[in-house]
Design a protein around this ligand. Sequence first.
Ligand code: SF4
Ligand code: SF4
Length: 502
Amino acid sequence: MSGVEYLNPEYEVVRRDERCIRCRVCERQCANEVHFYDPQRDMLLSDETKCVNCQRCVSLCPTRALKIVRSDCRLRENANWDGDTIREVYKQASSGGVLLSSMGNPKPLPVYWDRLLINASQVTNPSIDPLREPMETRVFLGKKPDRLERDEQGRLKTTLSPQLELSMPVMFSAMSYGSISYNAHASLARAARALGTCYNTGEGGLHEDFYAYGPNTIVQVASGRFGVHEDFLEAGAAIEIKMGQGAKPGIGGHLPGAKVGPDVSRTRMIPEGSDAISPAPHHDIYSIEDLRQLVWSLKEATGHRKPVIVKVAAVHNIAAIASGIARSGADIIAIDGFRGGTGAAPTRIRDNVGIPIELALAAVDSRLREEGIRNSVSLVAGGSIRSSADVVKAVALGADAVYIATAAVLALGCHLCRTCQTGKCNWGIATQRPDLVKRLNPDVGTERLVNLMTAWKREIMELMGGMGINSIEALRGNRLMLRGVGLNDAELRILGVAHAGE
Ligand code: SF4
Ligand code: SF4
């Protein structure tokens, strides 16, 4: 392999020397070791080849002396060979390795949320003022009976399946301890409890300190079975079987040994410093019947007291897959679209595999309704839910609730530098380095997450009120509340919405 590097720096560090007071904050804050001090010249200098544009130094420079700009020394790109594609060829020619990336698919593929518009009441169906009228944003996730039976005294005879109660239709999606830091997990757990929603352990087990947040925790069972044991299953409010992830459908996970310190090793039940590799399939699941066995095993293990979620990536035949999962005994199906984030994924998989959550969700909701089994499961949509408007659109397309992850880490301070896989997150989120972890104060993290969700909840209530709807459950699958703009007939048919103006 040739280590010859043909790549020019992607970013330039612009330092206004007249403002620089030589405090060397930038040098201390950059885990990528870009900045260094030259005592001979009494100057701060930069090795720009290492900069990932995480903006940490820019944010913390006390005199605003720094800015990071994309280098205008561009490669000889054209419409076919864009700069990123050329860079990737150079990188592979140098390393011989599979390219790794993090966060969600950045390609300019259609974002259907932005092509959907929400209805509002005018004249005939009055809108509701959420400041004056009660608005219900609570949702209950789990199997619902098709009809209720009562005895002569009016008491309920129907046995209800276990439900996950959320104060609003938004949960924090799976992010494992290992891929994100202890303080990031602490922030998510505390915020979930304060908000009355849930966060998700991801595939890394549950750190002993977080058992206290069990009623607001979804515990995940993935193909590697890391950290899965009886107490872990018992701790959560619901159990999620991870079959797939939107950012990397069809492949397993890989947490490098460098991130497996003593705490992560104990939580995952693997040796310190060893790579945590979860296989692509669950080795005991090759059919819906096999999945059914695992669903029922987990229910048996927890006395049928907890809803079981099956999480799948949005892929081409997702409607048929979801129909099978609904019949497997699962209570909730979580569908993760191709823009979903990740701590690390092969770039080619992240950018080329899967389908948009909007189309997958609409297709699944329609299929389950056609088959008369929509009440057998709740649907949770994830994979780039960016705002309260996306939440409302997802519910109107058929979701009972959504998962958010990228928006949550942005609230924690992530600047989307997309280099989580290096473990050198300067914002203390996607790292296990103690000096970096402590940069994220969990009190501040919790407050910011609570603020974000509080703001979204208010906006959701305003959007609901505008439509004349006072209960979020009344909006579920109500596609009459949506109109498409600039979409072709096939897209409108799959989404099940009319074009604006119709
Ligand atoms: S990697 Fe981040 S902290 Fe380091 S120089 Fe670049 S923007 Fe600044
Ligand atoms: S979590 Fe950290 S490393 Fe990952 S994209 Fe955000 S700032 Fe960058």
